[in-house]
Design a protein around this ligand. Structure first.
Ligand code: SF4
Ligand code: SF4
Length: 134
């Protein structure tokens, strides 16, 4: 019975051709929900580190002191977790796959350019009225 099932599968594959494509020689099929790679808008990142703490594969490193955000694309398994937790929505899951890289090219360092807006100065308190004056 198992041989029959196997023969059926083999015959189906022979008749219909391979289910896979010759990527990257042949372009991959991209859909609106395809998960390609994570990108950041460095002008809105507030260096909170939430993405780094939630990443299950330790692919992200955020340095508040050096104002840098770094991703190791070889560790990232495109789970989308960092994109979902970012409080300011500065991370995006692009649908295009990133190019193949070697272990030396896998880390992408981005300089964070966000500048915290200055708080408006508090209005100066006027002279206190003396107690009991009327
Ligand atoms: S997509 Fe997932 S694995 Fe990749 S950096 Fe974000 S949280 Fe980490
Ligand atoms: S990318 Fe988003 S979650 Fe990560 S440090 Fe910047 S603001 Fe925080």
């Amino acid at each position: 019975m198992a041989y029959f099932e196997m023969a059926k599968t083999v015959l189906k594959s022979v008749l219909h051709g391979p289910a896979t494509i010759r990527y990257p020689a042949q372009p991959a099929k991209i859909t609106p929900i395809s998960r390609g790679h994570v990108t950041i808008d460095p002008s809105t990142c507030i260096s909170c580190g939430m993405c780094m703490r939630k990443c299950p594969s330790d692919a992200i490193c955020v340095s508040r002191e050096e104002k840098t955000w770094e991703i190791d694309v070889l560790r990232c398994h495109v789970c989308n977790c960092c994109v979902e937790v970012c409080p300011v929505h500065c991370l995006t899951m692009e649908t295009q796959y990133s190019s193949a890289v070697t272990v030396h090219e896998g880390r992408h360092l981005v300089k964070i350019t966000y500048v915290k807006p200055e708080r408006p100065a508090k209005p100066e308190a006027g002279p206190k009225e003396s107690a009991g004056s009327s």
